[in-house]
Design a protein around this ligand. Structure first.
Ligand code: SAH
Length: 369
């Protein structure tokens, strides 16, 4: 038994079933036993491989995306360059490397990382030698001012709540104990009144009995805080993740342990747990906070528009046969619709009427008023 299992079990015995968000938050970020707090889940041998770990080109293109936004913002100096959930720090290292060729840009950058895991913050420090970095636990703690923001596979780790449609209305799926009092299972409970009303009339009016709905309140808060900052101080944000354009019912709560699907209620802290991201909810939250959004566009289309193919070809010119094969495999993995190309989506946030960032189609922003 992991100690986190014992801690959560005691908590449920004392106070009753907890929300899925509370369970997820503890399983991922408990300072001692949380998944991110206690291990390195990344890389070829880890539980999952993220885009920056697949190829340096991913971070390089995102670094150039930032440089392009900076130029179009009028080259503000200083400007905060931040990343939410930087993992091993690979993306930021590659982004800074690529951005170093843009005159004036490196000198203007103030690198601030938002990371809740001290274990991963130490890895990020090691990945960014010689670079002045300030860490924060929350986005809200960043200094105010013009900002460029990147977030790859961050939002899927934010705690969700789940609801199930019953004949008589919505019930919340909370985490309780099984009959033997040892393992965890879902139990249904009345949702708070404000959420029940929102689920029924606004978000999922057509859901039938048995259907499951998910919301991620923290993801909405994050989108809203980003929107508030870029519309007040100028800037651009890019969020990339696996997800969908909601509202859509379905259970996307999932766990990966040692590279294979696992039961997310088994062994909290020992598996990566996540949920798909509702990009429509993010975009709505950003609009409501006064910003413009661009996309979401599928990752494959976005990376091709930024010149992924040309960059891979350029690297191929000096590659040996093995390296050339690895480059071709990385390209496929990042853009192919049956790999990361379609499921992963990219959403950008900018100040209203500012500019359309690279990689996004030029059209009037929806409900821009
Ligand atoms: N962006 C990286 C890592 C993705 S994993 C990559 O693409 O490889 C998610 C990252 O977000 C980890 O660094 C994790 O510790 C961090 N994280 C998860 N939830 C967080 C939260 N609520 N606040 C701050 N950081 C968080």
């Amino acid at each position: 038994m992991t100690s986190l299992r014992a801690l959560l079990r005691d908590r449920i015995r004392e106070a009753g079933p907890i929300t899925l968000a509370d369970y997820m938050g503890a399983a991922l970020l408990h300072p001692k036993h949380g998944y991110y707090a206690s291990r390195d889940p990344f890389g070829a041998r880890g539980d999952f491989v993220t885009a920056p770990e697949i190829s340096q080109v991913f971070g390089e293109l995102l670094g150039l995306w930032c440089a392009d936004c900076w130029a179009r913002l009028g080259a503000p100096d200083p400007i905060v360059l931040t990343e939410l959930g930087p993992g091993r720090g690979t993306l930021m290292a590659d982004a800074l490397h690529a951005a170093a060729v843009v005159p004036g840009f490196p000198g203007a950058l103030r690198v601030h990382l938002v990371e809740a895991s001290a274990h991963l913050a130490a890895q990020q420090r090691a990945a960014l030698p010689g670079i002045e970095v300030v860490w924060h636990e929350r986005l809200e703690d960043l200094p105010e001012g013009p900002m460029l923001l990147l977030a790859n596979e961050f939002l899927d780790a934010l705690p969700i709540r789940q609801f199930e449609r019953r004949a008589e209305g919505w019930a919340e799926r909370r985490v309780g104990l099984s009959e033997n009092g040892q393992s965890f299972q879902f139990v249904l409970d009345d949702p708070p009144d404000d959420l029940a009303a929102d689920l029924g009339s606004l978000s999922f009016p057509d859901a039938g009995p048995g259907e499951i709905a998910e919301i991620c309140p923290r993801a909405r808060e994050v989108a809203s805080e980003i929107a508030r900052r870029v519309s007040r101080f100028g800037g651009a944000a890019l969020m990339i993740d696996y997800g969908y354009e909601g509202p859509l019912t379905g259970d996307s709560f999932q766990a990966i342990r040692d590279g294979a699907p696992a039961d997310p209620l088994d062994g909290p802290g020992s598996a990566d747990i996540s949920a798909h991201v509702d990009f429509s909810a993010l975009a709505q939250a950003a609009h409501d906070a006064g910003a413009w959004t661009h996309g979401p566009v599928p990752q494959g289309i976005f990376l091709r528009a930024l010149g992924l193919e040309a960059r891979i070809e350029a690297l191929g010119k000096t590659a040996d046969a093995n390296q050339a094969r690895a480059l071709a495999a990385a390209f496929e993995r990042l853009v192919s619709p049956d790999q990361m190309g379609r499921l992963f989506r990219c959403l950008a946030v900018t100040e209203r009427a500012q500019f359309v960032p690279a990689g996004f189609p030029i059209h009037p922003a929806p409900d821009s008023g």
